[in-house]
Design a protein around this ligand. Structure first.
Ligand code: CA
Length: 437
């Protein structure tokens, strides 16, 4: 589940709501630089490799936790939470400092997208997914019939979110969200999640004690945040409870329901790898530029030698994705890629889900080479790049270390001024050129 600010995870559905994103508990989640809606960004899934900068402003709550709790109780009751549910859920709850620490950490180093994909698409995960596809064949058939979402994609998301249910996070969701609502960086968001969590308990789907998840409040095998749960979790095994923690049927069907709502097109590929001609205008590799596959072909975009053309995609709307800039592999991505981004707003994540779903059937191999000599910029280098761009009159927006649309636009302008391929990718070469100017 995604929640995100920078490295955080975009929550599945929230995304649309703001620039927020949720976090995920899962092991390998992309982060930082790539939390853009179709970011052709430096994907940099980050998984905090090491250093954590400490320049976050300290947030000092103006009230004690118990004062906050008393005020929030009024708000929750006004929203329809019963006093009994509230008081039971909050019995003995204190702020969790590990949650505050996680909320304020800003990973300095981003993992290169190719390393992220290596972890996400491990042979063990592929084998486990293949086994689960077989074991759950009958269930997956029923879910496909009901929601129109392909089984390989469901199992792929399941693998990415919780390693097929085995890494769901073991923190109390109420305690984590109460901590974030009290002194987190986005208290209003946390409060809305907390009210949704209390309502889930009130509805009888799970008890407060068993409602476990990530530090950011992503829950269960699908890593849904509470508001996503409220809108999309389903009871598919028919026991009367939407149990995304313990029921694979409920978790997979809830994922299918969410992907269906996000525009999933059954039977369509997520996208496919392509090759670009010499002299190609890399500025077209931007999430805002959509063309049909056949229009891209007219611009010289071809399939790699040895690749099979997905049938029936000619008129589909596609975006060109360069996860590591113009020197790395290129992909045309379609509606289903965009649906996966609604789950977790990171192009690296969506790429991993798409490729993993193909690996279950023996595909999903990338033919192009990654520019492994070109490691992602660190957070402080990204901030320096943004600062230098703005100083040179290429407005990169707020220097926050997040490579968003404004920064990519500024990078492209600088690249064009230097006569370089304008892929919008934040490279060391560009940083050095700007430093020397
Ligand atoms: Ca159930």
């Amino acid at each position: 589940m995604p929640l995100s600010y920078s490295r955080r995870w975009p929550m599945r559905q929230l995304i649309a709501a703001s620039s927020v994103i949720l976090l995920v508990a899962c092991a390998e989640k992309p982060t930082a630089a790539d939390a853009q809606p179709l970011p052709v960004t430096p994907a940099a899934p980050v998984i905090t490799t090491s250093a954590v900068s400490t320049d976050m402003p300290t947030i000092q709550p103006a009230q004690s936790f118990s004062e906050w709790q008393a005020n929030f109780r009024v708000q929750a009751l006004n929203a329809g939470v019963s006093p009994q549910v509230f008081d039971n859920a909050f019995a003995g709850v204190t702020p969790d400092m590990s949650v505050i620490k996680a909320d304020r950490s800003q990973p300095e180093f981003s993992r290169p997208v190719w390393e992220y994909l290596d972890g996400a698409l491990s042979p063990l995960r592929v084998r486990n997914g293949q086994r689960l596809l077989e074991q759950n064949a009958e269930l997956l058939t029923r879910i496909e019939q009901r929601y129109g979402v392909d089984r390989q994609a469901l199992v792929s998301v399941w693998g990415m979110e919780s390693n097929f249910g085995s890494f769901q996070g073991n923190k109390s969701v109420i305690r984590s969200l109460a901590t974030l609502a009290y002194e987190g960086r986005r208290p209003e968001f946390a409060q809305s999640q907390l009210i949704a969590a209390l309502k889930i308990i009130q509805e009888g789907d799970i008890t407060a004690e068993k409602m476990l998840g990530s530090w950011a409040g992503a829950m269960g095998q699908t890593q849904f945040i509470p508001t996503t749960y409220e809108t999309h979790a389903v009871d598919f095994d028919g026991d009367g409870r939407r149990d995304i923690w313990n029921s694979s049927a409920d978790a997979l069907a809830s994922t299918a329901h969410y992907l269906q709502s996000s525009g999933w097109k059954q039977g369509q590929p997520w996208g496919f790898e392509v090759q670009l001609p010499t002299g190609f205008d890399y500025a077209l590799a931007d999430g805002s530029v959509r063309k049909s596959v056949s229009e891209w072909q007219k611009l010289g975009v071809t399939l790699p030698a040895g690749a099979q053309a997905p049938t029936g995609t000619q008129e589909l709307s596609a975006t060109l994705l360069l996860p590591a800039g113009y020197r790395g592999p290129a992909f045309l991505v379609l509606d289903n890629f965009r649906a996966i981004l609604r789950y977790n707003n990171s192009s690296s994540y969506a790429l991993a889900v798409g490729l993993l779903s193909q690996r279950f059937n023996g595909g999903g191999t990338i033919l192009g080479d990654w520019p492994k000599d070109d490691l992602p910029l660190s957070r402080s280098e990204r901030i320096e790049l943004q600062t230098l761009l703005t100083q040179r009159n290429y407005d990169a927006g707020n220097p926050d270390g997040i490579i968003g649309a404004n920064t990519r636009k500024a990078i492209r302008s600088a690249q064009q001024a230097f006569g370089w391929p304008a892929d919008g990718y934040p490279s060391h070469k560009l940083l050095e050129r700007l430093r020397s100017q």
